[in-house]
Ligand binder design. Structure first.
Ligand code: 13P
Length: 275
């Protein structure tokens, strides 16, 4: 019998540039209905986070408020400035004004298409923390970097830069998502043992930036082609605390299945019998 998993699971859906406000509302109502019928006790449920496009954030939050189900709503990015002449951007204060307390930071698509660097990821992480918004800091290597044997070097640079100067208390609050770029939207999931090895490396780096007890509390997610077919194996890994899900989070049935799988494994952990 392996040790029980002691960190609360987190299942986060990154919707990217999908779904209109009315589709968002319909999804949240449908998910709430499904959660209403969930067999596992509430204590085993993972934290559930949905990240729709900016235009739907307020409606998403209001819909959750109406259904009363424990669904968190997060943004997919934000600007690091308080306000200013930054056309098209959204500030932490604006997110807070519509009750948003979670934000993805440094997703690989932001790095690839919108020129975000380790330094901008660091600035956004600090801005989120300063505004009491929980950043989900995304890191991961490209296929070329993996094939060149640079995975650990790249991850070390990304983690050490993004989380530099973060206090132990802030570190325990934030979440890190390991998303190998070559696994995103490709159907090629990272081997579970290898994903766990990298997540363990990230935890070790966090311990170096703070201390071991803090690193032990930080939730680290895996992302990249997570589906109900491959998620259980990822959930049995010691250093993987949940998933950051793209495609499978757009369909209410598959997203609910992932939530229910996480609850099943947490239930097992609590009783010390399944994992
Ligand atoms: P997929 O689950 O579609 O591979 O996307 C992963 C992702 O980028 C989540 O942020």
């Amino acid at each position: 019998m392996t040790q029980a998993h002691h960190r609360k699971r987190l299942i986060a859906g990154n919707w990217k540039m999908f779904k209109t406000p009315s589709e968002t509302e319909a999804f949240i109502r449908a998910l709430s209905e499904k959660l209403h019928g969930m067999a596992q006790p509430l204590s085993t449920w993972p934290e559930i986070l949905v990240c729709p496009p900016f235009i739907s954030l307020k409606l998403a939050w209001d819909t959750v408020d109406d259904t009363g189900k424990p669904i968190l709503i997060g943004a997919q990015t934000m600007d690091s400035h308080e306000d200013g002449a930054f056309t098209g951007e959204i500030s932490p204060k604006m997110l807070r004004s519509v009750c948003i307390r979670n934000v993805l930071v440094g997703h690989s698509e932001r790095r690839q298409y919108f020129n975000e660097t380790d330094e901008t990821v660091s600035a956004k992480t600090r801005a989120a923390l300063a505004n009491d918004i929980r950043p989900i800091v995304c890191v991961g290597e490209t296929l070329a970097e993996r094939e060149a044997g640079q995975t650990d070097t790249v991850l070390t640079r990304q983690v050490n830069t993004a989380l530099n100067g973060v206090s132990a208390e802030e570190m325990a609050f934030l979440v890190v998502a390991y998303e190998p770029v070559w696994a995103i939207g490709t159907g090629k999931v990272c081997d579970a043992a290898e994903a766990n090895r990298v997540c363990h490396l990230i935890r070790t780096l966090i311990a170096g930036l703070t201390n071991s007890p803090t690193a032990d509390q930080v939730r680290i997610l895996y992302g990249g082609s997570v589906k109900p077919e491959n998620f259980p194996e990822l959930l049995t890994q010691s250093d993987i605390d949940g998933g950051l899900v793209g495609g499978a989070s757009l369909d209410v049935d598959s997203f609910y299945q992932l939530i229910s799988q996480a609850a099943y494994f947490s239930e097992g952990a609590i009783h010390g019998c399944r994992i």
